[in-house]
Ligand binder design. Structure first.
Ligand code: IPM
Ligand code: MG
Length: 365
């Protein structure tokens, strides 16, 4: 095993961000001690705290610092203090600027239902048994970024427009990520679109059909997004990899996350390339800044710790270290330790720090 060095940009953000980030960093310290790598941490401000101190949700310096790193670890942004819709800047702008500025077009959101947690979902255990799916969401295009995007006053009253646009290049690269990930998993790819209504979806579907010839072992299926929303609740275990455009992906990943019970469990990766070998990326929990529980040592650090595992896997190609981290999380849960969000009777309740420590102790070479 060769020892390696990595630079990691650390953006803790707001709310529970800093608390869960502490636990993520402790995990990385342990990985570096046990496996002999060096991680160099570079802290930057993002979100509400950056608005308060720097007047912008993401400064150019912070963006450049991220560009010079091997990966970005992100906590969470937002909170009621910055919620005013009339405000010029919002904490979320920092996240969108990072995605666009770092070209993080491929957002990977895995949802796995662990048997020991199937009781904490609001869906019946027999429906969610065996769920192990991965949503690959396009993250830098579509209606989030298309121009024109504005509000104006017309003679008929106020008007607004957002633009849904995709180029062939943007569609190809995210579909390629979907095909490659499906190829490496159970070889099942569902391309989610709205081809009965949208031109962007028709182009998407055509390109998917063309690309399928390069992946003869992957079974490609097309599914309309409304049907997909229904099937995710009805037959979630049938899915392997789903690939979709930005806004559909935003909506169905929140839906899919509820299969697993708590958002506090789910990691994500946002990559600047197709995951074939080392790829620059940003790693963040799916959950938000949860201001109601911030500073109380109750937030679940598992989502960010599993995001660290994804960082080890996709940006550093440290697969064994990634698995050691994931196995520790599963082991701690199997022993009956729970944070508040996934607590059930007969289990042992742990705070953020204590859960982090238990996971650190469970990391084995
Ligand atoms: C997400 C979030 C963001 C999005 C918000 C915070 C801009 O909902 O990461 O899914 O819509 O992409
Ligand atoms: Mg969302």
């Amino acid at each position: 095993m060769s020892s390696q060095e990595f630079d990691i940009a650390v953006l803790s953000g707001d709310g529970v961000g800093p608390e869960i980030m502490n636990e993520a960093i402790n995990v990385l310290h342990t990985i570096s001690e046990k496996f002999g790598h060096s991680f160099h941490f570079h802290e930057g401000l993002v979100g509400g705290i950056a608005i308060d101190t720097q007047g912008t949700a993401l400064s150019d310096d912070t963006l450049n610092m991220c560009r010079q790193s091997d990966a970005v670890l992100f906590g969470a942004v937002g909170g009621p203090r910055w919620d005013d819709p009339q405000a010029k800047v919002h904490p979320e702008d920092g996240l969108l600027a990072l995605r666009k500025g770092l070209d993080l077009f491929a957002n990977l959101r895995p949802v796995k239902v662990l048997p020991m947690l199937s009781g904490s979902s609001s869906i019946k255990p027999e429906i969610i048994a065996g769920v192990d799916l991965l949503v690959v969401r396009e993250l830098t295009g579509g209606i989030y970024f298309g121009q024109p995007k504005k509000q104006w006053q017309s003679l008929q009253g106020r008007q607004a427009v957002d633009t849904l646009a995709y180029s062939e290049m943007e569609i190809r690269r995210i579909l390629k990520a979907g095909f490659e990930l499906a190829h490496a998993r159970r070889k099942n790819l569902v391309s989610v679109d709205k081809a009965n209504v949208l031109q962007t979806s028709r182009l998407w579907r055509q390109i998917a059909i063309e690309m399928a010839a390069d992946y003869p072992d992957v079974i490609l299926q097309h599914m309309l997004v409304d049907t997909c929303a229904m099937r995710l609740i009805r037959h979630p275990a049938e899915f392997d990899v789903l690939v979709t455009e930005n806004m559909f992906g935003d909506i169905i990943t929140d839906e899919a996350s509820m299969l697993a019970g708590s958002m506090g469990m789910l990691p994500s990766a946002s990559l600047a390339g197709v995951p074939l070998g080392r790829t620059f990326g940003l790693y963040e929990p799916i959950h938000g800044s949860a201001p109601d529980i911030a500073g109380k040592n109750v937030a679940n650090p598992i989502a960010i710790i599993l995001s660290v595992a994804m960082m080890l896997r996709y940006s550093f190609s440290l697969e064994i270290e990634a698995q050691a981290t994931e196995n520790s999380v599963f082991g701690v849960l199997a022993e009956g330790y729970r944070t508040d969000d996934i607590m059930s009777h007969n289990k042992t309740r742990l705070g953020t720090k204590e859960m982090g420590q238990a996971i650190v102790q469970g990391i084995k070479i």
